[in-house]
Ligand binder design. Structure first.
Ligand code: GLY
Ligand code: MN
Ligand code: MN
Length: 449
């Protein structure tokens, strides 16, 4: 099956105008509340390495990318004025050192009044003359790039935009289905490489080839962890040689389409049946959590429920004993599962707004004892989030249980058995619906066969 990831994809083109209307309405509200007349959204500029002339990979302003699928267009601006067609100041430098952006092309072009400029100085003439009525949204690390606009990222406006971004438009959902499909193709290639005995580095290369991404194009650094490396939550070392014995494989890798990410984790056993049975149990648990996702659910409750379910998995796997509440309260479940259940996903992998109670920016803290939970909101329609429970042997955390009431609840012999396998994480990307959900990841995997 060939998938159209291009910016001439007609299905995306059909959905895009409504997406722009939604963004316009959000900006109307943000500007009104901030008492401003124009939003000037800066795409960003590449960073230069210290004492060097080397440019780091360009990371665009996510606000800019949510307006237009232009992930490689530094020094450009979108000017939004309520009631008017947005202006895109499209920077196309005269530069013989680098490939410069081509002529604007794609489904997005019809929604903008596009002004191509070839020097930064030309930008000024396309900005509203009344700079005092403008706000800038973006990272301005050189004052000259604000062209005299003094209000940069005013909290009132930015909070409104961040809160609203939790729920995706139909266009964003369509793009994210594509990024899930792209990620699924990478995962299939990576699993095949693992089964053939490849090193972490070669599995990574197989993944990148399948998704057609260079490293900087990946939404985050791939976690390709064989054996005990699976216990390092953000393992990114990529050993160049395959281990003498292949036991397990944990892969946390995503893909992007038009700047929108997928974020997918799978864990595989190389043949050990006991480890496979534990993966199956975690997979079953992960799917039962996914099946609780719907509008109105408090994500903090889902996180705590996951700890209770995990306690039962630990007991069944003979990693721990005791009742679930005790294992939660004594910190046993947190030692095996020390990260959050998941986070909002979109134009950023950890999309902003996960802690916001409302558009004013009031923060909802994570439950006590669970500081790494990145989503504390009540779920709303068309949010896209991850569900990613895990179970790991992290000795640094398990050792902390020694000498506490938790110690006697842990079966240390089974911990020794599990240690060489590292751990298990299973992560899906899920769209919240009224009375239900859409599992973008499972659909993408199923569509491959
Ligand atoms: N891959 C980063 C995360 O799962 O949040
Ligand atoms: Mn992940
Ligand atoms: Mn994630």
């Amino acid at each position: 099956m060939t998938i159209d990831y291009s910016d001439n994809n007609p299905a995306l083109g059909a959905l895009y105008p409504e997406h722009v209307q939604t963004l316009a309405a959000r900006h109307d509200h943000a500007l009104e509340q901030a008492g401003a007349s124009h939003a000037v959204i800066f795409s960003g500029n590449p960073k230069i390495a210290f004492l060097d002339d080397y440019q780091m990979p360009f990371k665009p302003n996510p606000h800019f990318v949510s307006w237009a699928p232009l992930t490689t267009l530094p020094f450009s601006y979108i000017v939004y004025t309520p009631g008017e067609k947005p202006v895109l100041i499209y920077y196309q430098p005269h530069d013989y050192w680098h490939v410069v952006p081509g002529a604007p092309d794609g489904y997005w072009t019809h929604q903008f009044d596009i002004r191509v400029v070839h020097t930064i100085d030309e930008v000024a003439a396309h900005l509203p003359a009344a700079r005092e009525k403008c706000i800038v949204i973006g990272e301005i690390d050189d004052e000259s790039l604000a062209f005299g606009i003094e209000r940069i990222n005013p909290t009132t406006a930015v909070n409104i935009l961040h809160y609203a971004r939790g729920s995706k438009t139909a266009y964003e959902l369509a793009v994210m289905r594509l990024s899930s499909q792209r990620g699924a193709s990478g995962h299939a290639a990576a699993e095949a490489a693992f089964r053939s005995g490849a090193s972490e580095y070669d599995i990574h290369r197989a993944y990148c080839k399948a998704v057609s991404h260079t490293d900087p194009e990946l939404p985050y650094s791939n976690i390709i962890a064989l054996n005990a490396h699976g216990a390092v939550l953000h393992y990114t070392d990529l050993d160049r040689t395959a281990p003498a014995e292949q036991r397990s494989f944990l892969i946390d890798a995503g893909a992007q389409v038009h700047g929108y990410a997928s974020d997918i984790t799978r864990t595989y056993s190389y043949g050990d049946e006991r480890f496979q049975a534990l993966i199956d149990r975690m997979d079953e648990m992960e799917q039962s959590i996914v099946n609780k996702v719907q509008v109105g659910v408090d994500y903090r409750d889902l996180h705590i429920e996951t700890h209770i379910m995990l306690a039962n998995v630990l007991v069944d796997a003979e990693l721990a004993h005791g009742d679930a509440e005790t294992l939660l309260e004594t910190g046993v479940t947190a030692a095996f599962f020390p990260h959050g259940l998941g986070h909002l996903l979109g134009v950023q992998v950890h999309d902003v707004g996960g802690f916001m109670q409302g558009e004013s920016g009031t923060v909802i803290d994570p439950p006590s004892g669970h500081p790494f939970l990145r989503l504390t909101r009540v779920l709303e329609e068309d949010m896209v989030l991850t569900i990613e429970p895990g179970l790991y042997v992290i000795d640094m955390l398990l050792e902390n249980l020694r000498g506490t009431p938790a110690e006697s609840h842990v079966n240390w012999v089974t911990v020794d058995w599990l240690r060489p396998f590292g751990g298990i994480r299973i992560e899906d990307n899920v769209r919240v619906m009224n009375g239900g959900r859409e599992n973008l990841t499972r659909v993408a995997f199923a569509d491959r066969v």
